[in-house]
Design a binder for this molecule. Structure first.
Ligand SMILES: [Fe+2]
Length: 211
């Protein structure tokens, strides 16, 4: 159920897309474990998200890729001053396979900017936070755009204090042609995406296996 779905084809595709050598990419292809304390601040309120329909579904694990930076700032707002990227609020729940909320789980995200570029020297569009008592998280950021060989996506690492770590990527359902061309894309990693008067609202719930 929790087997990796990342394929060799996907690895080669990603390496080619990133413009890095196979050797250097493979050296970094093993998922980096999160290294944040599991003692985040006690949440002061639930985000009030509706429960998911199915906690037994497997969340595919996909490649970390070459652009992960550990030690991100703890924050909920990743928007940059002056950015003309389209506003995105990303929310969701972190749950156990029996649908119990996992509070205090670390959710660490990183993604490309409005030009399809990663900040590999700083922390633009990188950050982590802790789920609240209801297992909810919320980031405010922008919609990343496609870059060579990749459909728009948000990288994420999620881990509870007594769960296995999960490294995966989230996708946008309104760019089906880009998604279809991406060798790493997976249907089960599509966000529930809505356009609101405030911008885009994406939701994805994570189900984490026990450690
Ligand atoms: Fe990426």
């Amino acid at each position: 159920m929790w087997k990796r779905t990342f394929s060799r084809r996907g690895a080669l595709f990603a390496a080619a897309a990133a413009g890095v050598t196979g050797l250097s990419w493979l050296a970094r292809s093993r998922a980096t474990l999160l290294d944040y304390p599991f003692s985040g601040p006690a949440p002061d309120r639930s985000l009030g998200l509706a429960p998911p329909l199915d906690c037994t579904r497997a969340i595919p694990e996909t490649t970390e890729g070459p652009f992960y930076t550990p030690g991100t700032p703890r924050r909920t707002n990743l928007r940059e001053p002056g950015s003309n990227g389209r506003r995105l609020v990303l929310t969701g729940l972190v749950l156990s396979p029996d649908c119990r909320p996992i509070g205090g789980a670390v959710v660490d995200i990183w993604h490309a900017d409005e030009h399809g570029r990663y900040d590999n020297s700083g922390f633009r569009y990188r950050g982590h936070q802790y789920t609240d008592a209801a297992g909810a998280f919320r980031f405010e950021t922008i919609r990343p755009v496609r870059y060579t060989g990749r459909t728009p996506h948000i990288h994420v690492k999620v881990q509870g204090s007594s769960t296995r770590p999960l490294t995966t990527q989230l996708y946008f359902p309104d760019v089906p042609e880009d998604n279809a061309r991406d060798g790493i894309f997976h249907d089960d990693l599509l966000m529930d995406l809505r356009r609101t008067s405030q911008g885009w609202l994406g939701r994805f719930d994570f189900v984490l296996a026990p450690a």
